[in-house]
Structure formats: C-alpha cells, structure tokens
Design a protein around this ligand. Structure first.
Ligand SMILES: [Zn+2]
Ligand SMILES: [Zn+2]
Length: 273
C-alpha cells in the first residue's frame, strides 16, 4: 500500500492557483484516499502571505461545504498551515501544520526564507555579515523557540525550509557541522513536543530542488527519536497533488521509516510505505 492522501494543500484563499472545488475535483480524479486543505495563516508583518480573519472564515465555510458534498467519495479535512511568527485561532481546524517561513534578523524584523534565492543571498549579506551559517542558525533557533510555544502542531511543516534554494550547496554546505548541529539541536527539541514531521515535495514540483526536505541526516535522527512522518506535496495548483510521493517514500525508507501517517476522521494513523 502506498500513501495516496495529501494534507498540505493551498488554494486561491491564500497563495494557491485553484479553488478548493478544483482541488477536490483533481483529488477525486487522481484517486486520492483523503484530501486536507492547509491555508496559510495570517502574519502581521507580511499580510499578503496568509488569510485574514475574514478570509479564513470564508475558507472554512467553503471547505466544510465541500466536505459534505464529497462525503461519499473523498474524505476532506479542514486544516491550516500556521506560521509560527503569526497569530491564528486554530480551534476551527481538524489539524495544524506548524511552519516557519522567516529568519528573525539580528537587528529586529524578519526575512522570508522561501521567496527567492536573491532574497536569501541579500539577507545573508546585509544582516549576517555574509555568514550563511549564522543565517541558518538564526532560522533554526527562531523556529524551534516558536514551535515549542505552539500549543497545537499536528505536523511540523518543511522543517529545513531554509535549504529550499540550497541545491548544490548554493548558500551553504549542508554537510558542515555548523549547519548540521544547528538543525539537529532544533529537531531534537521540537520532536520531543511535536513528533510528527512532513516530508515535503513542494520544492521539487516548483523546480527548486531535486530531493524532498527534510534532508536525510534530519530524517534519520527523527527516526532515532521515534518521530513520525507524513508525506505532503505542498500543492499550490491542482496538478501537483501527490507529486513526488514515490521519491518521498523511498527517502523515508532509506532513513529507516516503514510507515507514514495519514489522517482519518478522528486522528492520524500509520500506513505502510
Ligand atoms: Zn509553508
Ligand atoms: Zn504550504
């Protein structure tokens, strides 16, 4: 059995291209066993990146209506991708993906890590004296500190997003102990509180990476720490559901996992990879 359920999915209610209905239709056509929507939460200092409170209410209503409509053919779940640097009421949601999309800057403020390679390069140059390891450390320290105070995280989103534009070591060497120790310290702290991490293929479908994240050294450590995994596409269009799941499953197996979690009506449960 393989995983054919996808819980990291965006729509036009945030930065996705398709409506929830178009996504649900594509999911049914592709034979998904479950579909979870995960709209971006609101972030005060980056208001265009997520759903305002009013938009979130419309998003919830539309996904709930679709859930009823598709009840016979496709289980649909209402989730949120909650940025750790923003505030959001998570009570209306079936599940929460906890993600950090920013690096806290030494002088105050934040820089997004997933917008473009140029943004990352200029943040490293201007705020970290050109030291990409300090940039990565600031990302992990901020992420871990915030995740530890999040009361509800069902899935830790794209844990090493700071490496999104780092294919071929373009920004920093991921084998360097300075990078790995910052990432591992954060993983060890976070996994004690929130043990379920996603293997995210979103940067593959968008052409930035040839491998999913997290990196193998993080997944192996997560396995040792009895962490769990979910496969997710981070889809922003109706054409990328389940994208790269075979590669993600292979990566998971290589790192010691034999199962991944999927969501049912009440909880997550393991499925064989
Ligand atoms: Zn994200
Ligand atoms: Zn996302």
């Amino acid at each position: 059995m393989s995983v054919r359920a996808d819980f990291h999915v965006h729509t036009a209610f945030c930065d996705g291209a398709a409506t929830p209905r178009e996504m649900a239709e594509a999911a049914r056509t592709a034979g998904l066993t479950a579909l979870g929507f995960s709209g971006h939460s609101f972030v005060e200092f980056d208001p265009a990146s997520g759903m305002s409170a009013e938009t979130a209410v419309r998003y919830q209503a539309e996904v709930r209506a679709l859930r009823k409509e598709y009840a016979e053919t496709l289980p649909i779940f209402l989730g949120i991708e909650k940025d750790v640097y923003g505030e959001a009421d998570t009570t209306p949601y079936d599940y929460v993906i906890g993600s950090g999309h920013y690096v806290p800057l030494p002088g105050g403020g934040f820089s997004p890590v997933d917008v473009s390679p140029e943004t990352a390069v200029s943040a490293i140059r201007e705020h970290f004296s050109g030291d990409a390891f300090r940039y990565a450390s600031a990302y992990y320290e901020g992420l871990a500190a915030r995740l530890l105070t999040e009361p509800r995280v069902d899935i830790v989103g794209h844990f090493d997003l700071v490496a999104k534009f780092n294919e071929g070591g373009r920004l920093f060497d991921e084998r360097d102990p300075r990078y790995q120790s910052a990432a591992l310290d954060a993983l060890e702290a976070v996994s004690k509180v929130h043990p379920r991490f996603e293997i995210n293929t979103g940067a593959i479908s968008r052409g930035w990476r040839s491998a999913p994240y997290p990196a193998p050294f993080l997944l192996k450590r997560l396995k040792e720490l009895s962490g769990r995994i979910v496969l997710s596409s981070d889809s922003h269009s109706a054409f990328t559901l389940l994208h790269g799941f075979r590669v993600a499953a292979e990566l998971a197996r290589t790192c010691g996992f034999s199962e991944a979690d999927v969501r049912s009506e009440r909880s997550f449960y393991p499925v064989k990879l």
